[in-house]
Design a protein around this ligand. Structure first.
Ligand code: G6P
Length: 608
């Protein structure tokens, strides 16, 4: 969702801003723009569409010199994607320019107040209200003015502000939307996410809630909510620039699928020490684990699918019953939370608005909170009491692959950790599970060799109108994720069903030749699933089954079979998802889709 970049320094801003925006494209956007501080005042150039369109406009815009500026990619919330609604927005008197990520919930009241004062508006955005509030409340001091306006705003925001009367300065402020600041030799930068800064610095500062920063060519100053100066410690990322670039692949999605063995190894090996699972940032005592009355796993999208796997695995390994809730629903279900409840929030970005809101709700109710997060220092990581990091590295493609795989790995590790803490996992079982877990990266490596086979299946079905997936238990959880991958990037209608539910309606949708992918990797479900395969075949469906190597019986019922390496049932989602990621990728490629940036989707969903 909306991406922000800002630069205040001694070099030309446009190339730095455009380079940063290109690194934020993955967040999803439908228009883009830049604002520059120039001798003649503030200049804004913006347009609907991709960055290439903005680049064209910049080339023909004449003078685009300036060493202080803001850039923005907009994912429409208030008002359609258009040149006028694109950011940056200028105040009516052109003295202020603003870029914004988030949603101002009280913008209608604020707009009404400004309309009564005679302000007029060009766009349908909530952001134009902010920029005119700056003009209205202008105190002559940019930081003061921004803080004054900040106090009027409800909702979420990461803001970058330029003033014609404050040359050389950008003021940044945030609440519930991500914003980081980095320093480089020629000045200071701000951005929504690390990839936009990585070409300039690997050290960055996280702005805390309602904190502000003033960026100039001499560096950055930070202020707390009361405008008192604060000193901050930077986070360091050890990614190299390549980590956020294509490295020879045509798409980030393919690169990230191929990285899975390595990141799985990093995630698993960093959390096993002397034969036990160890989470350095989790300080639950054994007594606290024993006292857990309810365990909720809360997340959105693929992270929720990882949570579904977690639920089954935690129950089987630790004998603990867990519930999975979508973060956007969690608060409204009136969950039964006490100070003995544990709420596990899973999030790649650590910024998903609904997941963050669910986490805060859980904390307010006194529950213990544990975040499973990929991005170091993200809002969810900082707001939870306990944190487990997935070590997937930067994930750029909107459709998650490697981060999901690492979330699965953490679910397995968490199940073992809880099983041990509860005394329900013997030394022998612990050792055998960890051995199998440590074998997963090599098995994932072997699965990368299935690329061409899945490309072959994709070539047969890329024209399909519908693709159904079926599975039971853990296979069903994996089927939900595989189906989401197909929907997200190929735009083929796809649904995943618990195989036993088919007869209760969905089977009516099957026509001769419809593809049904049967995930049949959990041995304990194999017999039942075979019956379901026969049912769909009897209605004319073509069945591609994914099963463990050596499952002879499945061969007799499926039209086509893809075999995954043998592993205990609980780890099978990690095996079946890789071929299905390839399948979705190739189907989308054959349909000519924008694989890394699917329409309407955003990587980091920072609005509820
Ligand atoms: C978006 C992404 C999904 C992701 C979901 C949750 O929809 O496109 O890939 O699963 O958000 O994001 P999170 O960062 O919280 O894991």
């Amino acid at each position: 969702m909306c991406g922000i970049v800002g630069y205040a320094g001694s070099e030309q801003a446009v190339p730095i801003l455009m380079g940063g925006l290109a690194k934020l494209e993955y967040r999803g956007y439908d228009s883009a723009g830049v604002a520059l501080q120039q001798d003649c005042g503030l200049t804004v150039i913006k347009s609907k569409g991709r960055l290439a369109e903005l680049r064209r406009q910049l080339e023909t815009a004449g003078d685009t010199r300036g060493t202080v500026g803001l850039g923005h990619t907009r994912w429409a919330t208030h008002g359609e994607p258009s040149d006028l609604n694109a950011h940056p927005h200028l105040s009516q008197d052109a003295r202020f320019a603003v870029v914004h990520n988030g949603i101002i919930e009280n913008y209608i009241e604020l707009k009404q107040m400004l309309l009564e004062k005679g302000y007029t508006f060009q766009s349908q955005t909530d952001t134009e209200v902010i920029v005119n509030l700056l003009a209205y409340y202008d105190t002559g001091d940019l930081l003061d003015t921004v803080l004054k306006v900040r106090n009027k705003l409800g909702g979420s925001y990461a803001l970058g502000v330029l003033s014609a009367a404050a040359p050389g300065q950008i003021v940044a402020v945030r609440k519930d939307s991500p914003l980081i600041v980095g320093l480089c030799k020629s000045g200071a930068l701000m951005a929504s996410d690390i990839p936009a800064l990585i070409a300039h610095t690997r050290d960055y500062y996280e702005l805390s809630e309602r904190e502000a920063a003033v960026l100039t060519k001499d560096g950055a100053r930070f202020y707390n909510v009361n405008r008192e100066p604060v000193s901050k410690t930077p986070y360091h990322v050890d990614w190299d620039i390549d980590a956020a670039s294509l490295g020879g692949y045509e798409h980030f999605m393919m690169k990230e699928i191929m990285e899975q063995p390595r990141v799985l190894r990093d995630t698993i090996s960093s959390k096993i020490h002397d034969g036990e699972v160890v989470f350095p940032d989790v300080s639950l005592t054994r007594a606290q684990v024993e006292a857990i009355d309810r365990l909720y796993i809360v997340a959105c999208g693929s992270a929720a699918h990882a949570g579904m796997v977690g639920k089954h695995v935690i129950r089987r390994v630790a004998g603990l019953s867990a519930e999975v809730e979508l973060a956007s629903e969690f608060r409204y279900q009136e969950p039964l939370l006490t100070d003995r409840s544990l709420v596990v929030i899973i999030s790649q970005s650590g910024e998903t608005a609904d997941s963050l809101a669910a986490l805060r709700y859980a904390r307010e109710k006194g529950a213990k909170t544990l975040a499973v997060v990929n991005v170091l220092g993200s809002s969810i990581a900082r707001s939870a009491e306990h944190v487990i990091y997935t070590n997937a590295g930067p994930e750029i493609a909107v459709a998650t692959t490697k981060a999901y795989s690492c979330q699965l790995a953490v679910m397995y590790l968490l199940a073992v950790y809880l099983g041990r803490a509860l005394g329900r996992l013997s030394d022998e079982d612990n050792a055998s599970l960890l051995k199998e877990l440590q074998a997963l990266p090599d098995k994932a490596d072997a699965l990368l060799g299935c690329k061409e086979t899945m490309q072959y299946y994709a070539a047969q079905y890329y024209g399909a109108k519908d693709i159904f997936l079926i599975g039971r238990n853990l296979d069903y959880a994996a089927a939900l994720e595989a189906s989401l991958k197909l929907k997200e990037i190929s735009y083929i209608h796809s649904e995943a069903y618990a195989a036993g539910e088919l007869k209760h309606g969905p089977i009516a949708l099957l026509e001769r030749g419809t593809l049904v992918v049967a995930l049949a990797a959990t041995v304990s479900m194999a017999d039942k699933l075979r019956s379901n395969i026969l049912e769909v075949k009897a209605r004319g469906a073509e069945v591609l089954a994914l099963a463990q190597e050596g499952d002879e019986k499945i061969k007799t019922v499926a039209d086509a079979l893809f075999e995954v390496p043998r592993t205990p049932d609980i780890f099978t989602p990690s095996m079946t998802i890789i071929p299905m990621q390839f399948f979705a990728y190739y189907v989308a490629a054959m349909r000519g889709m924008d694989i890394d940036k699917p329409r309407n989707l955003a990587k980091s969903v920072t609005v509820e």
